[in-house]
Each structure stands twice: as C-alpha cells, then as structure tokens.
Write a protein that binds this ligand. Structure first.
Ligand SMILES: CC(C)(COP(=O)(O)OP(=O)(O)OC[C@H]1O[C@@H](n2cnc3c(N)ncnc32)[C@H](O)[C@@H]1OP(=O)(O)O)[C@@H](O)C(=O)NCCC(=O)NCCS
Length: 207
C-alpha cells in the first residue's frame, strides 16, 4: 500500500506531514525529558532531527507509516506529533504521539489521535488500531481513553518495550463515541462542516 500525503482537519488543530524545515522543532521536542524517555528514537542534534524527519517521509513513500505534525491552524506553530504505523498486510496499525511541553493539557494528543483514527478507518480501510503506553504513563492512558481506545490488557516487558505496558484497542466498528470526537463534532457542526475528520484542501501536504 502506498500512502498519498494528506492534511487532516482535527477541529481546533490541523495535521500535516512532517517536512524538512521542521528539524529545529523536532530537536526542541527531544530536549524534553518526557519525550526522550517515552520515545524509541533519540535526537541529539540537527542532523539527527533531519534523519528523524527523513524516516517519517520514507514512511509515507513506502506505505509503512503516516506521521503528522499537529499544528495550530492560525499560526502554523507545531504543537505535537502523531504517527500511525501500518501492519503488512494493512489490516491493523499502531499509533504513537507526543505533545510539546508548552502545548500540553489542551487535548492536542487525544484530538489528533481521534482524527488519525477516523482517517485510518474511513480512508485507509484499517480494521483495528493498537496503542501501547508504559504503565507508568497515566497521562498517555488518559489520551488513549479520550481518543476512543479502550483498555484491553496489561503487557509484560518485551520486544520494543522495556517496561510493562497497557494495550488499548480501537476498532473500525466500535460504537463508542470518544469524548475527543464529541469536541470535534461540536466545533465542526458550528461551522457547518462534516462530522468526520476530513482531508483539508489547499493545505501543504508535500514532503
Ligand atoms: C502524554 C502526552 C502525549 C499528553 O499530551 P496532551 O496533548 O497534553 O494530552 P491531552 O491534553 O489530550 O490529555 C492529557 C490528559 O492526561 C492528563 N494528565 C496529564 N498529566 C497527567 C498525570 N501526570 N497523571 C494523570 N493524568 C495526567 C490530563 O489531565 C489530560 O486528561 P483529561 O483530558 O482527562 O483532563 C504528553 O504529556 C507527552 O507528550 N508526554 C511525553 C511523550 C509521551 O508520553 N508520549 C506517549 C507515549 S505512549
């Protein structure tokens, strides 16, 4: 499966693919100890930040993963990151995310997660998404709940994860309406737009 880079409307936020000129913000993000601890990547200088972005651009080209910068649609400022890794065959996927320290507590992560999930189910046709976070990361557990990912089970350490984790799942047919989606719906209906996260025309999605 190849992936056409897109921008997504996520209510108060917008998602666009990471670009080469984002290296400084990626480097700043990885100066945050929380992001460093929770991430599988390490970014210590501008060339590592550029390599991090190149890996995300390659994900779109190979169809292995769709990685988005979450931005403020008015200022264009980057607020966070959300990435969907796609299994082969492309039936399921796994999501990961971080929010820059200054933007935390505004539902950036949960709203972005909900938008990516809607796109993964509605456009890519995936059937189920996984979300794994460390047991010691209660903020991420809240993000999962708000993003519509129900707790499934605790996972022992292993594979990519050195500590015990929580597995959360969200299926394409899940009937539950996550709170983040409710927020998006309210904001979108007030402008007369559709109720699902939609692809944004005119947004720079070139990579
Ligand atoms: C986890 C993280 C992504 C949350 O980002 P965010 O944009 O602030 O998330 P949201 O605003 O959507 O939701 C955060 C929720 O966690 C809650 N929270 C924040 N810190 C918390 C803590 N220490 N304990 C419990 N809950 C906490 C908030 O109150 C909020 O819950 P609410 O919506 O019920 O009020 C962000 O803190 C981060 O980037 N952390 C470092 C990287 C990381 O952990 N990534 C996830 C790896 S699985």
């Amino acid at each position: 499966m190849t992936l056409r880079p897109v921008c997504l409307d996520a209510g108060p936020f917008r998602l666009r693919p990471w670009r080469g000129d984002d290296a400084a913000v990626v480097l700043a993000a990885y100066r945050d100890p929380e992001i460093r601890i929770r991430s599988l990547s390490s970014v210590d200088d501008l060339s590592a930040a550029t390599a991090w972005i190149d890996e995300r651009i390659d994900g779109w080209r190979s169809g292995a993963a769709a990685a988005f910068a979450v931005i403020d649609p008015t200022s264009g400022a980057v607020l966070g990151n959300v990435r969907l890794r796609i299994d082969h065959p492309p039936v399921e996927g796994e999501v990961g995310y971080w929010t820059l320290p200054a933007a935390r507590g505004r539902r950036v992560a949960s709203t972005a997660l909900d938008a990516v999930s809607g796109w993964a189910f509605g456009v890519l046709g995936l059937a189920r998404l996984r979300l794994i976070h460390a047991v010691t990361n209660p903020a991420s557990c809240r993000v999962a709940d708000r993003g519509g990912f129900r707790f499934d089970r605790e996972l022992p350490p292993g594979g990519r994860w050195p500590t015990p984790g929580h597995l959360h799942l969200r299926g394409a047919g899940d009937q539950t309406q996550p709170p983040a989606l409710a927020v998006t719906r309210m904001r979108m209906s007030s402008t007369g737009e559709g109720v699902r996260p939609v692809v944004v025309p005119g947004c720079r999605s070139d990579i």
